[in-house]
Unconditional design. Sequence first.
Length: 995
Amino acid sequence: MAANLWRTFSATIWIITLVSSSRTRIYPPNEVTLLDTRTVPGELKWAASPSEGGWEEVSIMDEKNIPIRTYQVCNVLEPNQNNWLRTDWIPRSGAQRVYVEVKFTLRDCNSLPGVTGTCKETFNLYYHESNEDRESYIKESSFIKVDTVAADESFTQVDVGDRIMKLNTEVRDVKVTTRKGFYLAFQDVGACIALVSVRVFYKTCPLTIRNLATFPDTVTGADTSSLVEVRGSCVNQSEEREEPKMYCGADGEWLVPIGGCLCNPGYEEKGGACKACPAGFYKAKSSDAGCTKCPPHSHSLREGATVCDCHSGFFRADTDPPSMACTQPPSAPQQLISVVNETSVVLEWAPPRRLGGRSDTSYSVECLICQTSSHSQLCLPCGSDVLFSPSQTGLKATRVVVSELRAHTHYTFIVHARNGVSQASGAGAAQSVSVSITTNQAAPSPVTSIQATDVTRHSLSLLWQQPDRPNGVILEYEVKFYEKDQRERSYRIMRTFSRSVDVTGLNPLTVYVFHVRARTAAGYGEFSAPFEFSTNSDPFPLIGEGVNSAFLLLSVSGVGILLLISAAVFIISRRRSKYSKTKQDSEEEKHLNPGVKIYVDPFTYEDPDQAIHEFAKEIDVSSIHIEKVIGMGEFGEVCSGRLRVQGKREIYVAIKSLKAGYSDKQRRDFLSEASIMGQFDHPNIIRLEGVVTRCKPLMIITEYMENGSLDAFLRKHDGQFTVIQLVGMLRGIASGMKYLSDMSYVHRDLAARNILVNSNLVCKVSDFGLSRVLEDDPEAAYTTRATGTYLSPGGKIPIRWTAPEAIAYRKFTTASDVWSYGIVMWEVVSYGERPYWDMNNQDVIKAIEEGYRLPAPMDCPVVLHQLMLDCWERERADRPTFSQILNMLDKLIRNPGTLRRTGGDSHSVCVSVVPEVCVSEWSVCEWLQSIGLERYRDTLAAAGYTSLDSLLALTHQEMDRLGIITPSHQDILIASVQQEMLSQMQHMQCSMVPV
Ligand code: ACK
């Protein structure tokens, strides 16, 4: 009956309700259809339960006469209907939520007679997830209900008659995430219903391009509220600006675009893609908005240019942006003018005529020092000492001051103009203009380094270097000094021709400030910066305080001419004696000489312990750390170790100890060395640190000398030093000996073995004590009458080092120390050779008596051997003093050229054009060389000036007559000859050397 009922209405229904259908249907772009009954060709053949009398498949025609499948059921008259219709297995194809769109018609129960209680107007929709696509029967219990679907519209008989469309469309969605696919089922519980079409689909967010990033077709999430985060990828010829991202919403809409991409350089955005810039355009950076026309003086021939190329002759600097026009280097600076002021010059110029389209023009100044000969000009770069203000390169202003130039010198200055493209435009592109100038005379630059040596309580010697830029011949130095505390309220001035001066009459333990300046014909230069030196302290009572400084000033500043004249007279009258008898034999005089400290013989003390405690500091033995034995002395071992006195830093020391079982005399003799040493304070005398007398063994602690004794040291380093180094060592010894002689101390055993050398090659006189010469020197020998020399019995003498008068009758004086010093010189220059080699002592004494003297060691400078011979004068009064020796060595150090001539030379630097009248230490030629005026050698020789004496007669008129017309040369000749005569006053001799 149900079937009949349905049939009663069905034909009419289909005609009026069907929407257009076709096999090819158009769906919304964000929906992917999994099943559409209207596109299925042939029968659907879905499973139905019961298979008979329930859902029935009915094929009908749509309005286009295309057959479609429908399912119908209309068991409205029978109660307890439970008719199931199940679709085929639908693969979910990645979908997570599927939509079921059901189009159906439903008969209004009220329009059916006699169905009350049995007729329903709804049906139920179920789903069941499954991997299985062949489930044969409908297992109702495995289905989950999606919803009860009621019709929005139902129709009646009347409706049908009116042909009003009553098709219902209901859509339900369901999450399907657990299996590969699912089944849908429709449960009818007693309605009159026709399922006209069923469509199953899921939603996607379709492929899209947003902000130049492509986002792929994306299946929506499982829940209605879920958002799927999707990362986009940049379109061709673009790069990521910021990670492109969007969210795919459940309804298939893209939401919240973030980030995006930018077209690469050379490309611009057009219609969501990146297109190449056309020729004549460029885009430099991806962030640039779009392609831009090439800037002036540039072009791009190809598409996709990132920068435009410069036209020929135009350039772009590395730092120029691509948007900047191409430019050119500047032309040369213009109108360069120079204003010379002594040794500086102001250069000014006008900017180049063409700046090349840029505003970064800068200038640099090249400085060349030029010498012009008749044919050519030779220019070399100026030294780094030339100053440029504000700078030499990178100048923005068109003016520079060049200073510190040499006086009277030709310079060429080249001003280069350049800008940012000078380099890019190639070498030589810097345009330039030049000017040549000659500097004027200038005063000398300041002296930059001053040293103090021979510092005593009342005096010191200053040494300094010639100024870096003398700017002419230096005629004189002026030394200004004052007590630091006094500032410049009262100062003293000394003048000297040499680069050293002995400053005397100073107060002890006082800091003095010294300034030195040089004078040339152009006047005085600036004073040097201040140099501070302190005088020494003195533990002794003074006999007469202070040397008369006024006298010293008078003598040094060379009130001169008067003195010189008397000096000249003196020289002539003393021609046979080169060295005056000033200090020899003068121990008594010393006591009378005010201001000179003398040494006190510790044996004059009744109690020798009193002397030791007056002159030596007692050291706590706990502050001494003995490390190793370094030798054997007469009284016991010599060790090295460390001394730490409280409040002072730890120092290395040598420790001499007195071996056990000593006699009183030995104790006294041992300690006498410390009592003597303790009185001395000089950089070339070994320094006493103190003594240990309060416990045993007794010790004498002195400074440690790393290189040990000089003779062994030289033997070890045979031939390894320069002559200047050797002379430096000799100078140190002479300085120490001068100090000792000034203190009236006679050493008696001066020999290289008694000189100690520290790590700085500083030589210090050591080995003091009164009995030692007679006792502890292995070189000391008893002399006998067989030598032809008389002496009191019992004394032992180091024959090879001792002057004949000391050997003969024990006349030990500073002059005999000078003899020994001559032997030390020989030892030093021969690198520790034994004097008189293996001759025996008697033969040595005999040979000396007969006039034999040691010959010059190999490579010995003539001047040094001459000085040795002077020290070995038979007459002790004819020997030089240590002060003279020191002066001589200083002079040699200052003029190292004079050391070049050795006995082995076949020819000397200076070849005399006329025989030297007097073979003094300076020939006229050498002397002229030392003052830089050897050019006048022939002129002076031809005029009969063949000795330094004769040069004293030189006057300005005489020099004018001889053609020596340069005023500064005249001045220097006169000044220098006076100076030389002063220093030679006591140091000139014309004697042959007996060999
Ligand atoms: O030639 P040398 O190494 O130097 O051997 C002798 C040894 O002790 C015996 O006199 C060395 N000597 C003496 N006094 C000192 C010192 N103050 N510093 C270093 N070595 C010293 C000397």
